[in-house]
Design a protein around this ligand. Structure first.
Ligand SMILES: C[S@@+](CC[C@H](N)C(=O)[O-])C[C@H]1O[C@@H](n2cnc3c(N)ncnc32)[C@H](O)[C@@H]1O
Length: 270
């Protein structure tokens, strides 16, 4: 967003005071606070999530797993917004009225969550490892409204370096091979697509390529008779980035345009 456009949006969205307070906080070395109202609900991944929420029967409860600076979180339009992060990169002492932040590992958050708590949308964007993201997906499905949708970040690694599960090792490889300290990291979250395709066939899997990078969208085809449970993952352990992505993104990812996916979501019989 260029300077003028951003200034107009800050004013038009009623965020001026909070924005000015954040500028002062940053000048005195303090972390920013979340803005009380969405600054731009139409762009980036927040734009995608808001468009999906537009076609759901309700948008009362949103959960984000991994919130970092809150860039996406604060741009989501939903009745109540919950976020969980082991170490959020903003000051969460004061939050917008409809927001709650849980500072703990996602495993602990889900372990303490009331069984009947349901979300219309869950955005999973925390640690970039298959097993962690798999647990988060299973928990999220078990707390999803029947019309609910899950968006997963980091499902398609940009290259073999980015697909190294351990982030430190991935950065070290980027330094060694390309002499760069900054390198995107998506880890092995991609294995989740194969796990779901093989072991959880009652989930629909769709992937969008934009904005900025691919992300995967999932929803339940048929309500479960019982809770979703973690299944064996042995068969995936030997699979490598090269096995899977040497000829592009495989069919299992269900790559589609967002418009097509929104039509699919809207036309489900619930
Ligand atoms: C990629 S950032 C999230 C970005 C954010 N969703 C956005 O769109 O701006 C990942 C975040 O996940 C958090 N995280 C990593 N592992 C976690 C875990 N096991 N439980 C909760 N949060 C975790 C990190 O602290 C980090 O802030």
């Amino acid at each position: 967003m260029n300077f003028l456009r951003r200034a107009i949006r800050i004013l038009a969205t009623g965020n001026l005071l909070a924005f000015r307070r954040n500028v002062l906080r940053q000048k005195s070395g303090k972390q920013s606070r979340l803005l009380p109202r969405p600054l731009d609900a139409h762009r980036g991944v927040a734009g995608v999530i808001n468009k999906i929420l537009d076609v759901l029967p309700q948008r009362k409860n949103y959960l984000e797993v991994g919130i970092f600076k809150g860039a996406t979180f604060q741009n989501i339009v939903a009745g109540e917004k919950w976020g969980v992060d082991i170490a959020p990169s903003f000051d969460y002492a004061e939050l917008p009225k409809n927001s709650r932040v849980f500072v703990e590992p996602s495993d602990d958050f889900f372990a303490g969550l009331a069984v009947d708590k349901k979300f219309d949308m869950v955005y999973i964007d925390a640690e970039h490892t298959f097993h962690q993201a798999y647990r988060e997906l299973v928990h999220s499905i078990n707390h999803l409204e029947k019309w609910g949708v899950i968006v997963l970040d980091d499902t398609v690694p940009q290259d073999p370096i980015a697909s190294i599960p351990n982030e430190t090792e991935s950065k070290e490889a980027a330094m060694r091979i390309h002499g760069k300290t900054v390198w995107n990291h998506q880890g092995d979250v991609w294995k989740l697509i194969f796990q779901v395709r093989n072991k959880h066939k009652n989930l629909t899997v769709r992937t969008i390529l934009h904005p900025s990078r691919p992300r995967t969208i999932m929803w339940i085809n048929n309500p479960f008779e019982s809770k979703m449970a973690l299944e064996e993952t042995e068969n995936l352990m030997a699979l490598t980035y090269e096995d899977v992505f040497s000829s592009g993104i495989p069919n299992e990812f269900g790559v589609r345009e967002l418009g097509e996916i929104l039509s699919e979501i809207r036309s489900r019989k619930l």
